[in-house]
Design a protein around this ligand. Structure first.
Ligand code: DX5
Ligand code: ZN
Length: 220
């Protein structure tokens, strides 16, 4: 099992994003939080900004769409070359059709679940996805506290993925730090988003390595 650390640029200096990308060279993917001030009460950036990041980033992009109307907007992020595009289950009635469209364009397809969203209805859809993102905070803002009560969802997913031998990455996002990453790794996560824990460190590239080591020490 590979352990991935994806720093979230939500916690980076928005006026110096290219420079910030240079500080996270040890990252596996760059997590890009797209928010529309509708699906979540916060606003970040859209396709033009992500397109520019795609052009300058030496690290592939892991786009997390916290937006409504994903059927309309998500394919555009795949078309501009994002490695992975994750949309929220709560934002579409046609998750399978959208995942197929994203894969057809050439991106990995991810589905995200808010803390209150039940995982059961999505278990049978797992072959359609390359990643499931279990939100460990309410989406919208960085710097919130990790919600351990979401871990049973991860344990359930991890069991199903192992039993069915699927190649689906299990991602966690929100409140991941040196103190909490082991809890998520124990529950079966293999892909960890960290914003403030990475960009709040003096040397982000070293913090990424420390987070990866901590996760590896815990995984089973
Ligand atoms: C929250 C975003 C996260 C956020 C995580 O809605 O999806 O990616 O950047 O930030 P931290 O790691 O600070 O909780
Ligand atoms: Zn995110």
């Amino acid at each position: 099992m590979t352990t991935r650390i994806n720093p979230s640029i939500l916690a980076a200096d928005f006026a110096n994003l290219e420079h910030e990308l240079g500080r996270i060279a040890s990252a596996d993917l760059v997590h890009v939080d797209v928010m529309d001030n509708h699906f979540v009460p916060n606003l970040t950036f859209g396709p033009q900004m992500v397109g520019r990041l795609q052009e300058v980033s030496p690290i592939p992009l892991d786009v997390h769409l916290m937006i409504s109307d994903v059927d309309r907007w998500a394919p555009g992020y795949a078309e501009l070359g994002a490695f992975s595009v994750t949309f929220h289950a709560e934002a579409t009635d046609e998750p399978v059709a959208l995942a197929r469209r994203l894969r057809e364009i050439g991106a990995r397809a991810g589905i995200a679940l808010k803390p209150g969203t039940d995982v059961e209805p999505y278990l049978e859809l797992l072959p359609e996805f390359d990643q499931v993102l279990v939100m460990t905070v309410e989406p919208g803002f960085g710097g919130q506290s990790f919600m351990a009560e979401t871990m049973p969802k991860l344990e359930r997913l991890s069991r199903v993925v192992r039993e069915t031998d699927l190649d689906v990455w299990l991602q966690v996002d929100g409140g991941i730090s040196l103190d909490t990453i082991g809890i998520a790794a124990d529950a079966g996560a293999d892909t960890f988003v960290a914003g403030s824990a990475v960009f709040g460190a003096d040397v982000p590239a070293e913090r990424i390595i420390a987070l990866r080591d901590a996760a590896i020490a815990h995984r089973h």
